[in-house]
Design a protein around this ligand. Structure first.
Ligand code: R5P
Length: 295
C-alpha cells in the first residue's frame, strides 16, 4: 500500500503514512489561470494498492475534482486497488429530495468518484450512514471519530460531562461519547426550514445544573445549531459548555457567534484542517487501512 498525499489533506496523509509505515506519494497541484485544477503524481504507483487521502471540505468542488483527477491518474498509471480516504465527504447533507426538482447530490458525487477509478471509499462520520449503502455502487464505509474526541475531553479531566446531541440524527454520536465519558446523555429536536435554511430547536429539560456539558455534532458549519443548543444548556444552568464536532467547517463568523453564545471552546478533528483540529484522525484511519491490507 502507498499513501497519496492529496493537497487538501497533506498533513493528515503524512501522519497516516508515518503510523502505517507506508510509502508517501506527493501530488503536484496547480490551478490554471481560468480556475481549472491540475494534478500530477510524483512517484510510480504501477501494480500498487493506493490510499488517496483527500478531504473534500471547502473549497469542496476543487477538492472533489482534485480527488477524481488523482484517482484517474493513478488508474492510468496502473495502480491496482484505489481507496479514497475522504474524511469529510462533501454534499452528504443533500441526501434526499427535500423539495421537488432537487438533485440527490451525494448520489451524484458517488457516481463521479466511481467513474474516476476509485474502487472503495472510506469516510468519517458521514451525515447519514445509510446513504453509502443506498446510493453508492462501490464499497463505502464510514468510521467514527467520536471515541477519539471524547477521549480528548476525558484526558482534559471532563469525565462525567453531559453529552448533548443537537438533534435526533446526532444522538448516536452523543451515545458514543457517553461510553467514554460516562455522565448523562440527551438530544434536542431540531427543525430546518427547507426554503430559508433557518433552524429552530425545541427546548427540553436536562439535568445539567452546575455541570460541564459538551455538545457533540458531526458538522459545525454556520454555528447556528450550536448557538441554539448552547443557549438551552446555559438557561438550564450548565456551568461550562463546550462544542465538539468531527468536521469543523466553521464558515464566516461561526466561531465568534459560538463563543458569544457562551461556549468555552470549539474542538474538531483534522478532517477539515484548521485551528479547531485538535484531534487527529490518523490513528483511526491508519488502523482501518492496516486491517484492510492484512485482511
Ligand atoms: C445537520 O443536521 C448537521 O448534523 C449539523 O447539525 C449541521 O450541519 C450544522 O450546521 P450549522 O452549524 O450551520 O447549524
Amino acid at each position: 500500500m502507498k499513501v497519496i498525499m492529496g493537497p487538501a489533506s497533506k498533513e493528515l496523509a503524512t501522519k497516516i503514512a508515518d503510523l502505517t509505515d507506508y510509502e508517501k506519494i506527493d501530488v503536484i497541484s496547480k490551478k490554471f489561470p481560468d480556475g481549472e485544477v491540475y494534478v500530477r503524481l510524483e512517484n510510480n504507483v504501477k501494480d500498487e494498492n493506493i490510499a488517496i487521502v483527500q478531504t473534500t471540505s471547502p473549497p469542496q468542488n476543487d477538492n472533489l475534482l482534485q480527488l477524481a483527477f488523482i484517482a484517474s491518474a493513478a488508474k492510468l498509471a496502473g495502480a491496482k486497488k484505489i481507496i479514497a480516504i475522504t474524511p469529510y465527504l462533501a454534499y452528504a447533507r443533500q441526501d434526499k429530495i427535500f423539495l421537488q426538482g432537487e438533485n440527490r447530490s451525494i448520489e451524484t458525487i458517488g457516481n463521479i468518484l466511481k467513474s474516476s477509478g476509485i474502487d472503495e471509499i472510506i469516510t468519517v462520520n458521514i451525515h447519514q450512514e445509510e446513504v453509502l449503502k443506498r446510493f453508492f455502487t462501490i464499497p463505502a464505509k464510514t468510521l467514527s471519530a467520536i471515541p477519539l474526541i471524547a477521549n480528548y475531553f476525558k484526558k482534559r479531566g471532563y469525565k462525567e460531562a453531559f453529552s448533548l446531541a443537537p438533534d435526533k440524527g446526532a444522538r448516536y454520536i452523543a451515545e458514543q461519547a457517553k461510553k467514554v465519558l460516562g455522565g448523562e446523555v440527551g438530544h434536542l429536536e431540531k427543525h430546518r426550514d427547507r426554503y430559508t435554511g433557518k433552524i429552530s430547536v425545541s427546548k427540553k429539560s436536562f439535568n445539567v445544573k452546575g455541570k460541564t456539558a459538551i455538545i457533540f455534532d458531526d458538522i459545525i458549519s454556520t454555528g447556528g445549531t450550536i448557538v441554539k443548543a448552547a443557549k438551552i444548556l446555559l438557561d438550564l444552568g450548565a456551568a461550562r459548555v463546550f462544542a465538539a464536532c468531527v468536521h469543523p467547517l466553521l464558515i464566516g463568523d461561526a466561531e465568534d457567534r459560538i463563543l458569544n453564545a457562551g461556549v468555552e471552546e470549539v474542538i474538531g478533528t483534522d478532517s477539515v484542517p484548521s485551528r479547531f483540529s485538535k484531534v487527529s484522525l490518523s490513528p483511526l484511519i491508519s488502523q482501518e487501512i492496516k486491517a484492510q491490507e492484512s485482511g
